[in-house]
Structures are given as structure tokens and as C-alpha cells.
Design a protein around this ligand. Structure first.
Ligand code: SF4
Length: 374
């Protein structure tokens, strides 16, 4: 039986071989080869493993829009803060939402001022809070992609079964494929292929990304999160780039199937339907958001108790270049606020808040790169 140490040594040897092969395949192209990692977890894994430094110089890894906190707009945060300030309300949220700046303040500031805001690890935790606090309105901040939306849907279904009348969702859940289409329709997006998000693909299946090859002639490979899994996916991309081919392949088939998780998809689309929605930095994207269907609207706080917010323009935030960062058009170091006015402790934009944010990853691990193409 292999020991962990043997594993590490063999992984290191395999990683070295893969890097050599990627170099051998792409060096003759005589140009930069750009692959976008769509998912924030990949961004962090790539930094942690030092893959940018390990890969040959012609390979450029570009970060994309797959950090849910980073793409949640000001108006959503302002609404969450406004609900939090209401006396009878408990906000249940993932911890990385606390410091996301709204147009004027954040949930952590509302919490310091006395709002009842509780950090949860799953939407299902908000059920327990609602049961324990029958006289309070409990609002779960449903922010995430296909990865978390089925669990939010499961919480709503369970609340209905339990006859709970005090649990609601404030939904800003989003779908990844429409955002990728938006990027590809933008002529400034210059990528040779995509490292596809493993966690999202567990739910959607790898076939959800077939449009890349069919409609845009771009290859995509679903990847796991270990360094060797990411390198293997980049190797597959490099093979296709060199051959001028475009397919969608699955290098994470231990957990991702072509069709995805049918039960999770059914729960998600039983409760939600796709609608146009705004992404911070990217604008409105058709059919990219999840809104509760009419038959579930009694769990939708915006329809049960609508709230108006006035998003205030903010001079410092107007300089934030998260939109271009999330489209892979600039690296965070090109933002004038990076590591100066904007640091994780005092983030101006959301890409610096989340641990999966591109700016936060560059700040923490350093990119060694101050301009794409350099
Ligand atoms: Fe926005 Fe801060 Fe990133 Fe600049 S460094 S793009 S202000 S999050």
C-alpha cells in the first residue's frame, strides 16, 4: 500500500512530467496561451500550489468570475443590511458575506450596531434558527452558484414540509454558464480555453459546458482541486490548443458525470427559475440568476416584505476595477487601489473580501505578475 509520502513523491514526479509536456506542446506556438480558471476555489488552489510559477512562461492563467461574493451587487448588500436593521429580524449568512461592502456600510458594521446576524455553514442551519425563534423573521442570504442553490432549495422545501412561516430567502444565486457566454461574447476576452469548475459541474454535469466547443470553438476541461488534477486539465487543454481542437472533457470524473446530479437539479428548478440578474462588475446577464417560482413566493422576502434601498454613489468604489479583473482583462495590481487603499482588512471592492476573491488571492500569495501578457 502506498504511504502518504509515496503519494507526495509520485504526485511531485507526475506534476513535473505534466509541466514538461505542457511546455513541449505549447512552446512551438510562439505566443502566450491563456486559460481561464472560472472558479474561485481553483484560483486559490493555483496560488497555494504555486502553479503560476511552475508552469512555462507562455502559459498564462487568468482568473474569472467564479467567486459568488465578488459578483454580488451593492444593491443586494444594501437590502441585506436594511433587513438586518429591522428589529424582529435574524439574518443567517455565510461568514464571507459579513465584510462585503454595500454602498455605505457592511453587515459586520450592522452587527456591531446591534443587528442579529448569525454565521451559518449551510442554508439548512437557518431552518434550525427559524424553529428556535418562532417570533422572529429569519432571512437566509442565499448567495452562491449551482453548488449551493440546491441546498438552499432543500431548505425551502424542508421549511414548507415543517410548516415554518418565519424562514425566508434573500436570493442572489447565480448560474455560471450564462456568465461564461457573456465573457465569450465580449471581444476583449482573450482566452484559449477554460478550466471548468469542478464543484459546479458536480451539480450541472460536464455537458452543461458543451456550448463552449459547439458555439465558440473553445476547449474546456472540468478539473479537480489538487495541483496534479489542475495540471492534468491544463495538459488536456494544451493538447487541444496545439491540435486546433475544441472539446469539453472531464478530468474530474471521480465526482462529475456528464449529466450531473439529477436530484440536486430537480430540487433547484422545483423552487427556482432562471431570470436576468445583475452581476457586480459585469452588468445584467440574461437568464443567469435564480428567482423563486411563484408557488414558492411566500419564502421570498423581497415579495413578502419588499424593501426599497437607495444605492449611494461612492468615489473610492468608482475606482474599483473588479469588473475587468473578473473578466480576466487586467490583473489586480493594475487597479490603482490594490494593496494601498484596498486591502483585505479594509476592502473597497468585493474581490478583496472573499478568500476566493482574485484580488485577495493576489494580495495574500503574490502573483509575480503585474500585467497579463508581461
Ligand atoms: Fe476592487 Fe480592491 Fe480589487 Fe481594486 S484591488 S479591483 S478596489 S477589490
Amino acid at each position: 500500500m502506498e504511504t502518504n509520502e509515496t503519494h507526495k513523491v509520485s504526485d511531485r514526479a507526475l506534476a513535473g512530467k505534466l509541466v514538461e509536456e505542457i511546455d513541449r506542446l505549447t512552446r512551438p506556438l510562439g505566443r502566450k496561451v491563456r486559460y481561464m480558471e472560472v472558479c474561485g476555489t481553483h484560483t486559490v488552489s493555483i496560488f497555494r500550489a504555486g502553479l503560476r510559477q511552475l508552469l512555462p512562461p507562455q502559459i498564462e492563467l487568468v482568473s474569472g468570475p467564479g467567486c459568488p461574493v465578488c459578483v454580488t451587487p451593492d444593491s443586494y448588500m444594501d437590502k441585506a443590511i436594511a433587513y438586518a436593521k429591522e428589529l424582529d429580524t435574524i439574518i443567517a449568512t455565510f461568514g464571507d458575506m459579513l465584510k462585503v461592502p454595500g454602498s455605505e456600510s457592511s453587515l459586520s458594521e450592522a452587527m456591531a450596531a446591534g443587528a442579529d446576524i448569525r454565521v451559518v455553514y449551510s442554508p439548512l442551519d437557518s431552518l434550525k434558527i427559524a424553529k428556535e425563534n418562532p417570533n422572529k423573521t429569519v432571512i437566509f442570504l442565499a448567495v452562491g452558484f449551482e453548488t449551493t442553490a440546491p441546498t438552499a432549495a432543500a431548505a425551502v422545501i424542508a421549511a414548507k414540509r415543517a410548516g415554518l412561516k418565519n424562514l425566508f430567502m434573500l436570493s442572489a444565486q447565480k448560474l455560471i454558464p450564462p456568465a461564461m457566454k457573456l465573457l465569450l461574447d465580449d471581444e476583449r476576452t482573450n482566452v484559449d480555453g477554460f478550466l471548468l469548475p469542478g464543484h459546479v459541474a458536480v451539480v450541472t454535469g460536464s455537458d452543461a459546458f458543451l456550448f463552449l466547443a459547439r458555439d465558440y470553438h473553445k476547449p474546456g476541461v472540468v478539473a479537480g482541486f489538487e495541483a496534479v488534477e489542475i495540471l492534468r486539465a491544463i495538459y488536456r487543454l494544451a493538447q487541444m490548443t496545439t491540435a486546433g481542437e475544441a472539446r469539453v472533457e472531464n478530468e474530474y470524473d471521480k465526482v462529475v458525470s456528464r449529466e450531473g446530479n439529477g436530484a440536486a437539479q430537480r430540487a433547484m428548478y422545483d423552487v427556482y427559475e432562471a431570470v436576468d440578474t445583475p452581476w457586480r462588475g459585469l452588468g445584467d446577464i440574461p437568464a443567469s440568476g435564480l428567482r423563486m417560482r411563484d408557488e414558492w413566493q411566500s419564502f421570498d422576502i423581497e415579495r413578502v416584505r419588499p424593501i426599497e434601498v437607495n444605492v449611494k454613489p461612492n468615489k473610492a468604489k468608482s475606482l474599483c476595477r473588479c469588473g475587468e479583473v473578473l473578466k480576466g482583462q487586467i490583473v489586480p495590481q493594475e487597479c490603482p487601489l490594490f494593496a494601498k487603499a484596498c486591502v483585505p482588512e479594509h476592502a473597497i471592492g468585493p474581490c478583496m473580501v472573499s478568500v476566493e476573491g482574485v484580488c485577495a488571492a493576489h494580495y495574500k500569495y503574490g502573483g509575480g505578475k503585474f500585467k497579463y501578457g508581461a
